[in-house]
Write a protein that binds this ligand. Structure first.
Ligand SMILES: [Cu+2]
Length: 170
C-alpha cells in the first residue's frame, strides 16, 4: 500500500516530460528561435538624431538577422564598427549571421543596430521598442519584439568622441 504513491510518481513524471519534449520542437519548427538578452539603447542629447542599440543574440539553429525597425527611428540599419590602423570605421551590413548556439554580441565598437532619423530624444530609463526580423534556413522570416532600456551617454565611459564620429559618417 505504501508503495503505491511511488509507483504512480514514475509514470506521471514521464508523461509531464514527454509533453515538454513534444512542445519544444513544435515551438521552434515554423520560425527561427532566437534568444535576445540585455537589450539597451544609448540615450541621446538635444539635437542628436542618431544612436545605437545593443544586445546579445543566440539562435538555436543557423539563422540570420535580416533587419530591424523601431517606431522611434526613421531609418534603422545593421552596422559593424572596427579598428583599422587606429581609425574607427563603420559599415552597413545587409544582414547579420547568427550561427547555431553561438552568442553574437552587439556592443559599442563592434556590431550594432544604428538608429537614425530619430523622431524624439531617447531619455535614460525609458524603453524603446525594436522589431527584429530573423530567419532560419528554409523557413519563413519572422519577427521578434524587443524592448531596449535606454541608458545615459555617461553610462559608457571610455568611448570619448565615438558618437561624434558616428554621426559624421552618416
Ligand atoms: Cu553605426
Amino acid at each position: 500500500m505504501s508503495n503505491l504513491p511511488k509507483l504512480m510518481a514514475g509514470p506521471a513524471r514521464c508523461w509531464a516530460l514527454a509533453a515538454c519534449l513534444l512542445a519544444a520542437p513544435a515551438w521552434g519548427q515554423g520560425v527561427a528561435a532566437v534568444n535576445v538578452s540585455g537589450a539597451w539603447v544609448r540615450g541621446t542629447v538635444a539635437g542628436q538624431t542618431a544612436s545605437g542599440a545593443f544586445m546579445e543574440l543566440k539562435s538555436a539553429e543557423d539563422a540570420v538577422l535580416l533587419g530591424v525597425s523601431s517606431p522611434v527611428a526613421g531609418v534603422v540599419e545593421l552596422h559593424e564598427m572596427s579598428m583599422d590602423n587606429g581609425v574607427m570605421k563603420m559599415r552597413a551590413l545587409p544582414k547579420l549571421e547568427l550561427p547555431a548556439g553561438k552568442v553574437v554580441a552587439l556592443r559599442p565598437g563592434s556590431y550594432h543596430i544604428m538608429l537614425m532619423d530619430l523622431k524624439r530624444p531617447l531619455r535614460k530609463g525609458e524603453s524603446v521598442p525594436l522589431t527584429l526580423k530573423v530567419a532560419s534556413k528554409g523557413k519563413q522570416p519572422n519577427t521578434i519584439e524587443v524592448r531596449a532600456e535606454v541608458r545615459a551617454l555617461t553610462d559608457m565611459p571610455g568611448m570619448p568622441g565615438m558618437d561624434g564620429e558616428h554621426m559624421h559618417m552618416h
